[in-house]
Design a protein around this ligand. Structure first.
Ligand code: TMP
Length: 237
């Protein structure tokens, strides 16, 4: 049923589906990149972990009424999704200070944000995905003021669900990135992936980093860490 390669990104390939223009197949790659592609490596098995973990996250969000592009995992590395036109914004939610906000503002790492912070980054590889404000987002995308409010509202809601989801497997959700798209009916739905590539997750007991920061900061073996997450998720059900 996989038809033509439509697009290849840093972590996934996107294929059309024979006979159904409203569907796509996402194929998760073993590549990891960081710092806008400056740092690169391949990890055997990484695609499988992100596919299976992201599928579990989207299933959970679906059970809680969050509308997303996710349909089903087709096999170990591929999933079937509804086709959307991606709004070129990375919507980041932060519960705890880490990563770029620490470098950008000098806020101390581990500072708690209550309420959580929502930020928009403009998805543009050539520019290194810069942080932008709402007025920039209105200029740079076709999103309206009310669409931006909807994105923030959905991101905050997803944060509530994901915090509970990861807490059950003893992980603190520090921050994460979401992408949204419009489906054929014009509805804005959650798209892309939610995985340890796109979240910061700290072990509640030990404080250990259990996400792509292991690769970004050379802290250990990425695949071992992703395997722990999948194992914990499988044990939870
Ligand atoms: P940041 O602290 O580097 O801005 O990242 C915030 C969150 O967004 C973190 O959980 C990692 C995730 N993220 C992505 O998923 N893709 C990206 O390209 C970047 C820069 C961050």
């Amino acid at each position: 049923m996989k038809d033509k390669l439509l697009y290849e990104g840093k972590a996934k390939q996107v294929f059309t589906v024979e006979g159904n223009p409203e569907l796509l197949i996402l194929s998760y790659k073993n590549d990891a990149t960081a710092f806008n592609g400056e740092k690169k490596a391949k990890f055997q098995g990484k695609g499988r972990y992100n596919n299976l973990i992201s599928a579990k996250v989207f299933d959970y969000l679906h059970q809680h009424g969050v509308k997303s592009h996710f349909k089903e995992a087709l096999n170990e590395t591929e999933q079937l999704v509804e086709k959307t036109t991606i709004i070129p914004l990375e919507v980041v939610v932060r519960n705890v200070a880490a990563g770029s906000i620490v470098r950008r503002t000098g806020i101390k790492e581990k500072t708690i944000f209550n309420p959580p912070l929502v930020e928009f980054f403009y998805k543009k590889d050539e520019l290194g995905d810069p942080l932008i404000n709402d007025e920039h987002a209105l200029l740079l995308t076709d999103a309206t003021e009310s669409d931006l409010q909807q994105l923030k509202e959905m991101a905050r809601q997803v944060n509530e669900y994901l915090q509970a989801f990861f807490k059950e497997i003893n992980l603190q959700l520090v921050d994460f990135k979401l992408e949204f798209g419009r489906n054929a009916h014009g509805d804005i739905i959650l798209s892309d992936e939610v995985s340890p590539d796109t979240c910061r997750l700290w072990d509640i007991a030990t404080g250990e980093k259990m996400d792509k920061d292991v690769f970004r900061e050379d802290l250990g073996d990425l695949v071992t860490v992703y395997d722990h997450i999948l194992t914990r998720l499988e044990a939870k059900q």
